[in-house]
Design a protein around this ligand. Structure first.
Ligand code: URC
Length: 298
């Protein structure tokens, strides 16, 4: 019986970077969290502790800041590709590939009496834009996404027809609140993309479908959102979702002689249903390696 080193990668996790584009008086703030990891010919350090090939994680952290200074910061997709191309380069023959993961926190301009302010910002909720770029040799995969896009419909949602098996107590309903916090990630087929425009369009498509479809289950809503994204965006191969069902329960007001025509609800935070699925084209090849390490998506 032998013991061998399995899959491995290493790097610096959660490098916090705030970039201020000061090229005009109307500053642009980009607030991100970058995780840089490399893989390749690094078995020696695991086996013997020889670090002759190891590009220090500290160096990877410094590279985030240096590239932000030399090339600026436009989109997380562009920056992650630039990071990956920096490391997967003939100057570092030991590097076979790189994985660059970035989260972006949104800031809106403060609205003043004189209009949107040039350099004062207010954090725009919890929604986070994400990217994972993987570069293996010359092959690049970009998975864009978002987390914590919280949405709610106050009607237009039913749930019934489920089996009445042992322990079933849920009452069927033809009018309920449907609420979820959408986490979605989508894999692009190429890298020649207007990343901001693509992100805005995918987000708008998902919100449109969520709003417009009369829902018979969160599963149906999820699939419809994914289908709409793939129909509208030929450059996207697949989209994966993780969507908690944020349950709202009608409060029984009858003890006090009050009716409740779907007006007064209790918003439960746990437990919650958890619906996860991938929606994919049947004519593109899978790329499971690009999804490796992305938690919370099946
Ligand atoms: O949209 C839903 N899907 C389910 O699978 C489910 N299960 C449940 O209890 N409520 C709901 N709602």
């Amino acid at each position: 019986m032998g013991i061998v080193l399995g899959t491995n990668r290493y790097g610096k996790a959660e490098v916090r970077l705030v970039h201020v584009d000061r090229s005009t008086p109307r500053h642009v703030v980009t607030d991100v969290n970058v995780t840089s990891q490399l893989f390749g010919d690094f078995a020696d350090t695991f086996h013997t502790g020889s670090n002759a090939a190891v590009i220090a994680t500290d160096t990877q952290k410094n590279t985030v800041y240096a590239l932000a200074r030399t090339g600026g910061f436009t989109t997380i997709e562009e920056f992650a590709l630039r990071m990956a191309r920096h490391f997967v380069d003939p100057r570092y023959p030991q590097v076979g590939g790189a994985r660059q993961e970035i989260e972006q926190y949104s800031w809106d301009r403060v609205d003043t009496a004189d209009g949107p302010h040039d350099h004062a910002f207010v954090r725009a909720g919890t929604e986070t834009r994400t990217v994972v770029v993987t570069r293996h040799g010359d092959t690049e995969t970009v998975i864009s996404g978002l987390t914590d896009l919280v949405v709610l419909k106050s009607t237009g949602s039913e749930f019934h027809g489920f089996p009445q098996v042992e322990y079933t107590s849920l009452v069927e309903t033809d009018d309920r609140i449907l609420a979820t916090s959408v986490s979605a990630r989508w894999r692009h087929l190429g890298t020649d993309v207007d990343w901001d425009a693509s992100f805005a369009a995918v987000r708008a498509t998902m919100l449109d479908r969520f709003a417009q479809i009369h829902s018979l289950s969160l599963q149906q809503t999820l699939y419809a959102m994914g289908e709409a994204v793939l129909e509208a965006h030929p450059g996207i191969a697949e989209i994966r979702f993780s969507m908690p069902n944020k349950h709202h329960f009608l409060v029984d007001l009858s003890p006090w002689g009050l009716d409740n025509p779907n007006e007064v609800w209790f918003a439960a935070d746990r437990p919650y249903g958890l619906i996860e699925a991938a929606v994919t084209r049947d004519d593109v090849s899978a790329d499971d390696g690009a999804w490796a390490g992305i938690a919370g998506f099946c």
